[in-house]
Design a protein around this ligand. Structure first.
Ligand code: SF4
Length: 890
């Protein structure tokens, strides 16, 4: 009631609201003020983080927080009156819009921000334009000498040349991928497994930087998680100094981070939003994003310098609507093309020494980059154990409602009264249509054919039994069949449902046939149009100036990609009635979350996605390295058997024999870590599970990372223990509960040694929290693979090939997950902690997941609590002693 009457000073209103169970809480949120005053600056959104960011004393206890919030507001407001405020430019103009939007802070800021004497440059004028660069020559063919690699490594680590034999050996092994290629389709491949602490990053950056410097080429380093991407961005600065790149005649930055288009701000979308496309709270967010865009390093909205918490203060969709989600970019037809962040990153990467990207983007660029300079040929896949998964989703086909709606929109443009620039193919190629009759006909035919695809409101029509057109008919029958056949037990739990694409019946096959015809009717005119565009580019009529050519080339690329997509879908439909193709796994699915349906469709995966990966990525590459702490299975490397790791690299598909390298972690696991398998928490007993979590967190005094395989159980446990722990001064945060993005949750966790964090897969793979903040990892059970149709098919294939009923296949997956989760615990030579699995029946054959020498005990919960509590007091004193040398972290 107080909050409704008076605007209160708050920090992170949505979080406070969710903790209080009062969803509409609003007020003067200091995070919003911070985002306005210091755009593109990092801050952990907690009282302590705020204090650190503003140079104030950290609050000693919760009681001191209200005073801190007042002091922080005063500091932030006074910044505006400081003539040296670095982010002043643009503030006055944005504030005028925020006053109109009745932003709560606007009234307090207005008297403090003076109108500039000279009119301010508007955001888009302030952003720099990128330059067209001449095409780069091919890289020179060079051989790297081992001594040079070792010397470069010593330069990077600042240590003496003798310091780290394992890291040196690793760096020399990595150098193997840069040797000149002897035969077509035969890249040099290196599989390098190196335990945590070997110093992998500098290990491969050393030869990579040497090669890039001497050959003039570009090395791509690919990661799976954003956490590693951030780390690489930091560490690569030393390996690729701009001065050296300039000496070798390169222009532009030596290191470029590239992500998928959907990560970046689209300036045209922002312009739409600022000019009335967004109203209410989202309009305020758009103004704060405009402040950020003017100061952002690269326009990356997801994991870049836009605070991860900004979007959650408003509305999740708001941020997504500002990125180029739907591939609707109009390229050179866009007034902001020359300032576009996405175009800038793409161009810069062609001239860079090092491109940092993710697995999916590397695969997509290798498969369909517009220009050869954008195609990766020397690639280090860090977090190499995830390449298989990334290839699996990159080379998948999904003919679903959501996908077909996207396609329809791309062809036809917006429907109804939606605002925005989504103008469809005809508007994008208006000049082609007026010049070329055949092109115009192809566009008209494509529009007509696209009209039979699912449009807005398709899901409601399908659910109500009133589908429109052949594709919606197919989706309706798919839904019926999935509901009729699914026996996964997901019906009641509200999870997604699926069934094999088998024994489908005549009516389904006929409907699929009609859907296939409808898709073919769209593919044909698109192919005709692509040919016309090619002819046009060759003819080069007068009006085809540089920007028009770029736009048409862009359109041709986009059409090629869509025709491939449709071809994949029709191939999937064509197979339905006939005998199954052993190369693929097909199924029908109804996607749901918490019981709410959101997509329906048919899915196809390669039984072995490394086949298309080998063709698309490896065949054209000259050197590829896959590296990770857990590249191969613990059970295999112990015996020196790399067969399965090699198979999962795709190398055998091209007949390539990879060089292999293994180095154990230098950490003393026997002394610093302990695995506790708790045998007396019954599986499926939520109160017992919650009790175990609560007591373990208390025993360790926080600093716990709790990993779950099901969101439902995570929420149930959180609901039972969060209040109790909070009252004891042990804050608990949780993915899927707190309205905070995962990256920020990890930042908060890292920043507060008494905080604990619960989460699912993303935390198992991407959390890098060295030191005392993470001293306990708890897994709720053995991470069995989900028994999906795809999993069953791969398990069966494994069993047919190797025998053993497929258990070995499952075991490998579980061991990999355990190893990843364990890897979160010990990040430096001085880290100490416990890894607890709450499982009454933990099979011994899985124990090889843990590094050799790690003590493992099967214990009761009480014994585990004693151990955790005991070691924590040791660890606290050890950490105090070692804090001086914590820098030794690699
Ligand atoms: S060029 Fe494309 S992505 Fe960039 S701002 Fe324009 S429309 Fe958006």
């Amino acid at each position: 009631m107080a909050a409704a009457d008076t605007p209160l000073l708050l920090l992170n209103a949505p979080l406070v609201a969710s903790r209080l169970g009062y969803p509409d809480l609003s007020g003067l949120d200091l995070l919003e003020l911070f985002a306005f005053i210091h755009p593109a600056q990092f801050m952990v959104p907690t009282p302590k983080g705020l204090a650190q960011a503003l140079g104030l004393a950290e609050p000693a206890s919760d009681d001191a927080v209200p005073a801190l919030l007042q002091a922080a507001a005063e500091v932030l407001l006074s910044v505006c009156e400081d003539p040296a405020w670095p982010e002043r430019e643009g503030a006055w103009s944005v504030l005028q819009s925020l006053v109109r939007l009745r932003w709560p802070w606007a009234g307090l800021l207005a008297p403090r921000i003076a109108q500039p004497q000279k009119a301010e440059r508007w955001l888009f004028a302030r952003l720099p334009e990128w330059e067209e660069a001449p095409e780069r020559p091919q890289p020179a063919q060079i051989m790297l000498q081992d001594e040079a690699i070792t010397a470069r490594l010593a330069e990077l680590t600042g240590s003496g040349a003798e310091a780290r034999p394992a890291q040196q050996a690793y760096a020399r092994a990595a150098g193997g991928m840069f040797a000149p290629r002897g035969q077509q389709r035969q890249p040099h491949m290196v599989l390098a497994q190196a335990g945590t602490g070997t110093g992998k990053t500098f290990g491969y950056l050393a030869p990579a930087s040497l090669w890039a410097e001497q050959s003039g080429g570009t090395v791509w380093v690919s990661t799976y998680t954003k956490a590693l991407q951030r780390q690489l961005r930091r560490e690569s600065r030393a390996a690729f100094p701009p001065e050296r790149a300039a000496q070798t005649g390169r222009s532009g930055p030596p290191v470029v981070v590239r992500k998928g288009r959907e990560n970046y701000l689209c300036l045209l979308n922002l312009e739409d939003a600022l000019q009335g496309g967004f109203t209410g709270r989202p309009a305020i967010m758009a103004q704060l994003v405009a402040r950020w865009a003017a100061y952002s390093q690269d326009g990356d909205m997801i994991g870049g310098d836009l605070p991860g918490w900004l979007g959650t203060l408003f509305r999740k969709r708001g941020i997504t609507a500002l990125t180029d989600q739907r591939g609707e970019c109009v390229y050179a037809g866009c007034p902001h093309f020359r300032k576009c962040f996405i175009e800038r990153a793409a161009r810069a990467s062609a001239g860079a020494e090092l491109v940092i990207a993710n697995h999916a983007l590397v695969m997509i660029n290798a498969a369909r980059a517009r220009e050869p300079a954008q195609r990766p040929t020397r690639i280090v896949f860090d977090e190499g154990h995830h390449v298989f998964e990334a290839a699996d989703s990159t080379f998948a086909a999904a003919l679903t409602g959501a996908e077909t709606v996207e396609l329809r929109r791309w062809v036809i443009g917006p429907e109804g009264n939606q605002r925005g620039r989504r103008r469809g193919l005809a508007a994008r190629l208006a000049d082609v249509a007026s010049y070329d009759d055949e092109g115009a006909r192809a566009i008209a035919d494509a529009r007509e054919a696209a009209a039979s695809l699912p449009g807005d409101g398709w899901l409601a029509r399908v659910v109500e039994g009133a589908p429109f057109g052949p594709l919606e008919d197919l989706l309706a029958e798919t839904r019926e069949l999935v509901l009729a056949r699914d026996e996964s037990g997901g019906q009641e739990a509200g999870y997604g449902l699926e069934t094999e694409a088998a024994q489908l019946g005549g009516s389904f096959i006929e409907t699929a046939g009609r859907a296939q015809e409808a898709l073919e009717a769209l593919r044909q005119p698109l192919m005709r149009l692509a040919l016309r565009l090619e002819a046009l580019i060759e003819d080069g009529p007068d009006w085809l100036d540089g920007p028009a050519r770029a736009r048409i080339e862009g359109a041709r690329g986009a059409i090629g990609w869509r025709t491939d997509l449709i071809a994949g879908w029709t191939a999937l439909l064509a197979r339905l009635g006939g005998p199954g193709d052993p190369e693929f796994v097909d199924w029908l699915a109804l996607e749901r979350s918490e019981g709410r349906e959101w997509d329906i469709g048919l899915h196809r995966r390669h039984l072995d996605p490394m086949k298309p990966f080998a063709e698309a990525v490896l065949a054209g590459a000259h050197g590829v390295m896959m590296t990770s702490a857990t590249l191969s299975d613990g059970a295999e490397t112990a015996s020196g058997d790399w067969t399965s790791a090699a198979e999962r690299s795709g190398a055998p598909q091209l007949g390539v024999r990879p060089q292999v390298f293994a180095a154990a972690s230098p950490f003393d696991y026997a002394r610093n870590a302990e695995v506790l398998i708790v045998t007396d928490v019954p599986r499926g007993d939520i109160p017992a599970l919650a009790n175990a979590y609560g007591r373990l967190v208390e025993a360790s005094g926080g600093g716990a990372l709790g990993l779950f395989t099901a969101i439902r159980r995570l929420r149930a446990v959180y609901g039972r223990i969060a209040d109790r722990l909070a009252r004891g001064g042990l804050p608990l945060f949780a993915q899927h509960v707190d309205p905070i993005d995962t990256g920020t949750l990890v930042d908060i966790f890292r920043d507060d040694p008494r905080a604990s964090l619960l989460g699912t897969d993303a935390l198992r793979d991407g959390v890098d929290v060295p030191g005392h903040s993470l001293r306990l990892v708890v897994m709720e059970q053995v991470p069995w693979p989900k028994p999906s149709i795809l999993h069953r098919a791969r398990r069966l294939a494994h069993a047919e090939k190797f025998g053993g009923g497929g258990q070995a296949h499952d075991d490998r997956i579980i061991r990999a997950r355990l190893a990843q989760a364990f890897g979160r615990l010990i990040r430096t030579g001085t880290d100490r902690g416990h890894f607890v699995v709450l499982s009454s029946a933990f099979p011994s054959r899985l124990l090889s997941a843990f590094p050799p020498g790690t003590p493992v005990r099967r214990v009761t919960l009480d014994a585990a609590l004693q151990s955790v509590a005991g070691r924590v007091s040791d660890a606290a004193s050890a950490t105090a002693q070692h804090s001086q040398i914590d820098e030794s972290r690699l």
